[in-house]
Design a protein around this ligand. Structure first.
Ligand code: HEM
Length: 201
C-alpha cells in the first residue's frame, strides 16, 4: 500500500531548505519502492512480516549506528536518536530472535554521506507515525506498540525540524552531491537487504 509522500504534506512546514529539496527529488522514487516492497501495511497486518523487517533493521542498525557516529563525530546529537535498544525491545516483545550478524555498510565513508544516510533514517520516523496509527488495530501488537517505528511520539515533528536545521548547517560545509549519494545508497541498501526477506516469505 503506497502512501507516497509529498513535501507539502508536512504540517506547518516553512519553505524547505535546498538540501531537503534535493534529497526528496533524489530519493522519492526509492522511498515508494521500499514502502511497496516492504508492504508493511498491506492487509492483513502480519506479526511475522513486522518481525522479519525488524530483524533486518536490527542487523542494519547494529553496524550503522556506530559507523554514523564515527563518521559524523556527533555522539551527543545522535545519542537520543539511537534506535538499537528500541529494536531489541520490540523484537523481545514480539518473541522474535534478534539478528546475530551486522550488515556490512561499505557505502558510507564520509561525513557528508553519513548525514545523507541520517536523513533516511530520521525521515523514517515520519512514516512511522502512519505505521503506528494503522497498527493500533492489530490484535498481536505488544503493549506500548512497536517503538522502533515511532521513536519520538508527540515530539516527532520537533525532532524532525531539529534534525533538518542541523542538516542544513552541515550542507553549508559539505558537498551536496555526497549528502545526496549517502541517502540514495542507504535506500538502495535497505531495498536490497529487506525486500528479498519479504519476497522469500
Ligand atoms: C510502510 C512503510 C512506510 C510508510 C507508510 C511511509 C510513509 C511516509 C510518510 C507518510 C511520510 C511523511 C511525508 C510527509 O509528511 O511529507 C514519510 C516520510 C519519509 N519516509 Fe517513509 N514510509 C515508510 C517507510 C519508510 C522507510 C522504511 C524509510 C527508510 C528507512 C522511510 C524514509 C522516509 C523519509 C526519509 C521520509 C522523509 C521525507 C521528507 O520529508 O523529506 N520511510 N514516509
Amino acid at each position: 500500500m503506497a502512501y507516497g509522500f509529498a513535501p507539502s504534506a508536512l504540517p506547518n512546514s516553512p519553505v524547505p531548505p535546498l538540501i531537503l529539496a534535493s534529497l526528496r527529488t533524489a530519493t522519492g522514487s526509492a522511498h515508494r519502492r521500499l514502502e511497496d516492497g516492504l508492504a508493511l501495511l498491506d492487509p492483513p497486518l502480519e506479526r511475522e512480516r513486522f518481525a522479519r523487517t525488524l530483524v533486518g533493521f536490527h542487523a542494519f542498525h547494529r553496524a550503522w549506528e556506530p559507523l554514523v557516529e564515527r563518521l559524523t563525530g556527533e555522539a551527543a546529537f545522535l545519542a537520543p536518536r539511537r534506535r538499537l535498544a528500541l529494536l531489541e525491545a520490540d523484537l523481545a516483545a514480539l518473541g522474535a530472535e534478534p539478528a546475530r550478524a551486522s550488515d556490512p555498510i561499505p557505502f558510507l565513508t564520509t561525513r557528508a554521506e553519513a548525514w545523507g544516510s541520517l536523513y533516511v533514517m530520521e525521515g523514517s520516523a515520519l512514516g512511522g507515525l502512519v505505521i503506528s496509527k494503522v497498527l493500533q488495530g492489530a490484535d498481536w501488537l505488544p503493549k506500548g506498540g512497536l517503538t522502533y517505528f515511532n521513536p519520538y511520539g508527540r515530539r516527532t515533528m520537533t525532532e524532525w525540524r531539529t534534525f533538518l536545521a542541523r542538516l542544513e548547517a552541515i550542507a553549508a560545509q559539505e558537498p551536496e552531491e555526497e549528502i545526496v549519494s549517502g541517502a540514495v545508497a542507504t535506500f538502495a541498501h535497505l531495498q536490497a537487504r529487506l525486500v528479498p526477506l519479504e519476497e522469500a516469505a
